[in-house]
Design a protein around this ligand. Structure first.
Ligand code: RIB
Ligand code: CA
Length: 317
């Protein structure tokens, strides 16, 4: 059962797939986007914040406030965070959208998250589409806030494969200790859309044209960012079907619109925060060989038709 007007916060490192998720959530998703909080990830904090403001302006939602978060990882990294092979290919520094006419709010994302979650009288859902730096910092500074969060939906991790390294997915690799903190913070429900699921729901140029044909501001902005994203993903991480790409972050919003879009199983997941080859790897105990109790609802696969339906539904007039 999908809760209408469910209150959500989007934590983003906008980037193109974050931009699509923002347009979907702020469109006809049935979700109530309280704010976007931004963090360093795909791009430096200043750029992810500016891109978030640009996307919200382009889709006609300048009413949604943007709070800038942390510009470096939650904990020092033992290994350098060198640019990946796709650097500059999948996420432009500046989205191809008009400059924003406003700035981010003066309150930091961490302070706003803590104050809002302490004061809320109804549950809030966190949709974490970036390295988990902001969420780990807020939950460490104010552990009681986890009780105000009914679910945290995370795009991150990979059981079968990584994308930033052979072992690790980008959002987890960028700040593994933050991810470890979040997976162990005691949230009521942690739901993860990993690469195992996002790679099942690729978007191709035919779908971009279906989106463009919707004729809305949101659809036009999404089509604009997807053009660049698919070209860049195709050049650096080619998928089985040519000129297509997984729009990773969008699957989190799709799940909130239609939980049946993904096959979830309750499993124990841990994060490698010390290794070299496996730094940032999410180890998923699918055969219950460890002693840890299941702590995460993990998406093992996703349904293309259901995903496409939610994308088009959320961007309609
Ligand atoms: O691995 C994909 C994730 O890393 C997505 O959230 C993308 O935006 C990047 O942040
Ligand atoms: Ca992202």
């Amino acid at each position: 059962m999908v809760m209408m007007n469910r209150q959500i916060v989007l934590d983003v490192d906008t980037g193109n797939d974050d931009a699509v998720a923002i347009a979907m959530a702020a469109g006809r998703s049935g979700l109530d986007v309280l704010a976007c909080t931004t963090v360093r990830g795909n791009l430096p904090l200043e750029e992810t914040t500016d891109n978030t403001l640009r996307m919200l302006g382009a889709i006609g939602r300048p009413d949604i406030p943007v709070y800038a978060g942390l510009g470096r990882p939650f904990a020092p990294r033992p290994y350098p965070f060198a640019p990946g092979r796709s650097a500059g290919l999948m996420h432009e520094s500046v989205l191809p959208l008009p400059p924003s006419t406003r700035t981010a709010e003066s309150t930091s994302a961490i302070d706003w998250l803590i104050a809002t979650l302490r004061a809320t009288t109804q549950p809030i859902t966190i949709v974490a589409l970036a390295p988990l730096t902001n969420i780990a910092a807020a939950a460490t500074a104010a552990p009681e806030i986890v009780d105000a969060i009914d679910e945290i939906v995370i795009m991150g991790g990979g059981h079968e494969f990584g994308n930033r390294t052979p072992a690790a997915e980008f959002n987890i690799y960028a700040d593994p200790i933050a991810a470890d903190v979040v997976f162990q913070a005691g949230f009521q429900r942690v739901t993860v859309m990993p690469l195992d699921a996002t790679h099942d729901v690729v978007t191709d140029r035919a779908m971009i044209e279906q989106i463009r044909a919707l004729g809305t501001d949101g659809a036009a902005a999404v089509a604009a960012v997807l053009d660049f994203y698919i070209a860049g993903h195709d050049a650096s991480h080619p998928m089985d079907s040519p000129a297509s790409a997984p729009v990773h972050d969008a699957l989190c919003v799709s799940y909130l619109m239609d939980p049946e879009v993904v096959d979830l199983r309750h499993v124990a997941v841990s994060v490698d925060t010390t290794g070299f080859q496996n730094f940032g790897r999410t180890t998923v105990d699918v055969n219950h060989r460890g002693n840890a109790a299941p702590n995460v609802w993990w998406g093992f696969s996703a349904d293309q038709a259901r995903f496409d339906r939610t994308v088009l539904e959320s961007l309609r007039a």
